[in-house]
Design a protein around this ligand. Sequence first.
Ligand code: ATP
Ligand code: MG
Length: 340
Amino acid sequence: MIFISMNQKLRLLSYVVIAYMLLAFAWWTILLNTKNEEAYTAKKESLKISMMVDGTYTTEAEFIQTEKYTALKDRYKRRQLMIFGESLVFVISLFIGFWLINKGYRDIIKNSKNKTNFLLSISHELKSPVASVRLALETLIKRDLEKSQLKKISAGALKENTRLGALIENLLLAAKLEESYEINREVVRVADIILPIVNNEKLKYPSAEIQINIDDSVKLIHTDKFALHTILNNLIENALKYSPGIKRVLIQFKAADNDLLIEVGDQGVGIPKEEKERVFDKFYRLGAEITRTTKGTGLGLFIISKMVKALGGNIAVKDNDPRGSVFIVKLKNQVVKQFQ
Ligand code: ATP
Ligand code: MG
């Protein structure tokens, strides 16, 4: 059985209405034009007769030259132009409307898909740490454990708790960023931000090869510390998370005039061409939820793209050589002149 959703039914109905309107309007245009033509011919004939009686003209060529006839012909041409002109405007408006309806439906479908994706991942992401912490606490209550076991179970529960806390923070931050992000600029030493992030990631992925290059001109920058930390943390986390084999990440900080250029490149799975724009959408994750092996909510890139925008910059992703992706962030007016 073919299943047609309510959205598709509405879409189909709007197409039928639009097609009907187009046909009806074409019919009205032809009818109006015919009536105009008929009225013109009738008026021309009656004018011809009355002028012939008056003796205003003798030949057809003279009649065509008369002022009354040229005025009548001009009026006929003007009306014809008006009928076709209005039809054209109507058809154009209808096509614009059609395009807007189509776009609206596409957005609705995209949003509902993203929400379903989000609900599937969020319910798993929320449930699993809660269940782990619960299991740990039940074990601690029921059993008399040795000190080392007690420490191991508590550390596991603490890790899950931290993950849950970070997820809630991200959800709240994403909701807040829908409104705006208030920038708080200060002079920041890039190394002070990047090194703790990289050291923390190295604890999670001991075999990862992470290289950092900071150009002299951007060792100190004028930026929002929290935003820069969030941007780098998310990009580096993604670079490592989406590199299933060898985790090789190159992080570069360069200057382009007064702007700061950050590049985070990996040798991971890469992002297909058609998905490169969409990864910045809220809750968007590549692939289907069931087949996915990585954890996440699809909020990281959405959050940082909002922050980059608030800092007057832009973010893009391109393919890395020979594989993987490079995220390029450009932040406006970050270079501190006196330190160059
Ligand atoms: P989280 O909210 O925990 O960050 P997430 O990592 O799934 O979850 P985003 O960081 O917004 O969410 O990334 C969105 C999607 O883009 C990811 O699910 C992944 O499919 C894809 N993606 C992001 N970065 C990379 C990368 N470096 N390489 C390949 N795919 C990536
Ligand atoms: Mg992420």
